[in-house]
Design a protein around this ligand. Sequence first.
Ligand code: PEP
Ligand code: MN
Length: 339
Amino acid sequence: MIIVMETGASKHDLSEVKKRIRELGYKPHVIHGATRNVIGAVGDERGKGVLQTLQSLPGVENVVPILKPFKLASKEVHPEPSEVEIVPGLSVGGDKFMVMAGPCSVESETQILESARAVKAAGATVLRGGAYKPRTSPYSFQGMEEEGLKLLAQAREETGLPVVTEVVNPRDVELVARYADVMQVGARNVQNFALLKMLGQLDKPILLKRGMATTIQEYLMSAEYILSEGNTKVILCERGIRTFETATRNTLDISAVPVLKSQTHLPVIIDPSHATGHAHLVAPMCYAAAAAGADGLIVEVHPCPEEAASDGPQSLRPEDFAAMMAKLQAFVEVAGKQF
Ligand code: PEP
Ligand code: MN
C-alpha cells in the first residue's frame, strides 16, 4: 500500500504512521518528495487490507494499493528517477551518464593497473574486473578470488576509480563487500534469492544484471528482493537475452531501457560486451544505449584481448575504447544527459 501524507503533515504524524505500519506487521519505506512524503508499506500480500485503517490517522491524505507486484521498485511508489551514489560526488541515474569499464577478469597486477589507467584516461569513472567468475565450464578460469580483490583495491588506490566486481556465492558477500564499491550480481544469479536478500542488507550499491531468460517483471521482482531488505541502491543492467540468433552471443534488448524506465525509478545501464560477444559490435551498441536513454554502460576493455583469460573476443582494446568514448559524447547529449 502507498500511504500518501498531506503536504502539511508533521514529523510526528509521519513517525506515528510508521509505528502503526510496523504494529500491523508491515515494513514502512519513506520516500521524501519535494512537496509531500509517501510511505510504501510492504509485506505479506495476504491481509494487506488492514492497512486501509491508516486512512484515519492524522496527516494521512490517502491510502492506495500498489498495483504492480514489484512495489518499492515501481514508479507508483517513487515517481521520480532515482540516483544511486557510488561514492561521494559520483552517482548514476538522473541526468547523468556513467561509464564503467575494465577487463572481464582480474588477471595480474600489470593487467588491472594498465586497464585502470587506460579506461580512466578515456573518461570511465568506475573500474570493472571480476575476481570471482561464474564460468559455464568448471574447467575455465574461475578468477583470482581474494588476490583479485586486493589488486582491484590497489588499482583504486592508484587511479581513484571506485570498483565494481561480482559476488557469486552468498558465502563471499562479506569478503567482497570489504573491497568493492559496487557489488555485481551476474546474469546467472539474478534469481538467487538468498544472495539477493543478503545484498539487501548492505549499504552499498548493487549492480543487478538481467538474466538471459528473465522477463522484465521477473527482473524487477529480483530488484524488489534487494529493496525490500532495506538497500535502496540498486542499478539495473540489461546484458542481452537468449534468442534463436547465433550471430551474436546474446540479443541486446535495447527496448528494455524504455520499458524499464516506464515501470521503475531505478537507473538502467547497458552491457554491450556480453550482449554482443564481439568487440566490433560493442561501439554501435554503446551509441544505441545512450540514444535510448540508458543511464550508463559497463564495457569490457583489456590491454591485450588476445591474451585475455576470459571474454577476449568481446573486449575492446584501450584505443578502441577511447575512440568509442569520444564519439559517445554526442549521443549522450542528444538524450539530454551529461557525461
Ligand atoms: C561479467 O560481467 O563478466 C559477466 C559474467 O557478466 P554476465 O553475468 O552478464 O554474464
Ligand atoms: Mn565477461
